[in-house]
Design a protein around this ligand. Structure first.
Ligand code: CA
Length: 413
């Protein structure tokens, strides 16, 4: 964690992961976030190797086009280095890393991006995501197969379509050039931030914290407050007229800030069980989250599978609701049956009657009915007894009700 006045890089292992597979860099002209993947060994190596290769491009370029070319070349070179590393260390097969980088040249900024780390620009009080996620779900959204809302809860939302690694010798890297404006604030982050903290919240934090370091720290804290299931890395860069950061030493954070370890798990932090237990429902993101679908048919198959799963979930839900409704109806029926074993004596018009049920109604449903009208007139009863009958006299059972009628009959004039 460190700052260079106008920029800051902050990285945190999070609350669940055993090691930090992210790497971050805040230099003089160049700023980078890389998020590694590849099982229990490899992700941290991948992001560190890539970042260390890419930061060789932290130089002054004659033009933005030159900077863009240099950035693209350094990402391609990093990809080659990763493939070579896997060749020498086959146990690292499948490792890869995202890279999102900005390289300033004069009043422009060159951007290179691959994977699902993100670059945002806060300009004139509005936060805009500059990069597109190279994720499976984003591809499905782009091709109109699913909606953005479906994508947000998609079971494969962390699956990446493109990364640097040992899979593709010439990975497709997005590059572009942006004009700089004084007052701009750039944010680079790993998905440990953007998957758990909303864009609105990110925007609010960036606006509320004028210092780059404060903003970076605060954003990491936002992710920690959400349980931080993943490593989280943010780089905040403020643009002013001078961009006088050349005097400030560059800062490396995360995995790339540590010595590279290739062998097994020795020297790494042990998995912190208490944190896992605190978040039993938040599964750690799947480690092997990179795949290259061979064809559109395969994509369609996956979509069908997801739809099937969603339909099964819906059916399960409907069956659950139906069972609850049946249970309620059964309970009401049994309750009604029970009330119909009860009797009481009360007034029916000007006469006395035995009623079956209880006096209450449930909405429009009456829970009682006249069982038998008796020949005793209310007007023949002494006034106190008449009042008692009008208030109803409950009986233990039908025989008890008949006994009450006999007593009333005796009391009648
Ligand atoms: Ca991540």
């Amino acid at each position: 964690m460190a700052t260079s006045g106008k920029s800051a890089a902050v990285s945190h292992v999070g609350k669940i992961r055993a090691n930090n597979q992210d790497s971050g860099y805040a230099g003089t002209q160049l700023f980078v976030v890389a998020d590694g993947m590849g099982g229990h060994a490899g992700g941290d190596v991948a992001s560190a190797i890539a970042l260390k290769r890419i930061i060789e491009a932290d130089r002054v370029f004659a033009s933005a086009d030159d900077a863009q070319f240099a950035l693209q070349s350094s990402l391609t070179a990093a990809n080659t280095m990763l493939a070579e590393t896997v060749f020498e260390h086959p146990e690292l097969t499948g490792m890869g890393t995202t890279v999102s980088a900005i390289l300033r040249s004069g009043d422009k900024i060159a951007i290179a991006h691959i994977g699902d780390s993100r670059i945002y620009l806060l300009r004139d009080g509005q936060l805009k995501q500059i990069t597109a996620d190279h994720t499976f779900v984003q591809r499905l959204v782009d091709s109109g197969r699913i909606t953005p809302e479906e994508a947000a809860v998609h079971p494969r939302r962390s699956v990446l379509m493109r990364v640097l690694g040992d899979v593709d010798a010439a990975p497709e890297i997005d590059t572009t050039v942006y004009d700089l404006k004084p007052g701009d604030r750039w944010l680079l982050c790993s998905d440990g931030l953007s998957s758990y903290v909303s864009d609105d919240r990110i925007e609010a934090v960036l606006k509320a914290n004028p210092g780059a370091r404060d903003a970076g720290d605060r954003l990491v804290k936002e992710s920690l407050d959400q349980g931080a299931p993943d490593n989280v890395t943010v780089v905040v860069v403020d643009v002013d007229e001078t961009w006088d950061s050349a005097s400030v030493p560059p800062v490396i954070v995360g995995s790339a800030a540590l010595p590279l370890t290739f062998e097994g798990e020795s020297g790494r932090r042990p998995l912190r069980l208490p944190a896992l237990l605190l978040h039993p429902l938040k599964s750690t993101q799947q480690e092997d989250s990179h795949f290259e679908p061979e064809s559109d048919e395969y994509l369609d198959e996956l979509i069908l599978e997801d739809r099937r799963r969603a339909r099964n979930r819906r059916i399960g839900w409907l069956v659950g609701v139906a069972l609850i409704v049946i249970a309620i109806i059964l309970a009401l029926f049994l309750g009604y049956r029970w009330t119909q074993t009860l009797y009481y004596v009360g007034a029916n018009g000007q006469s006395v009657a035995i009623y079956r049920g209880i006096q209450q109604n449930i909405g429009p449903f009456s829970l009682h009915s006249v069982y038998e009208n008796k020949a005793i007139k209310l007007s023949d009863l002494p006034s106190y007894t008449r009042k008692t009958v009008q208030d109803t006299i409950s009986a233990k059972d039908l025989k008890d009700a008949e006994r009450i009628i006999e007593r009333l009959s005796d009391a009648a004039k």
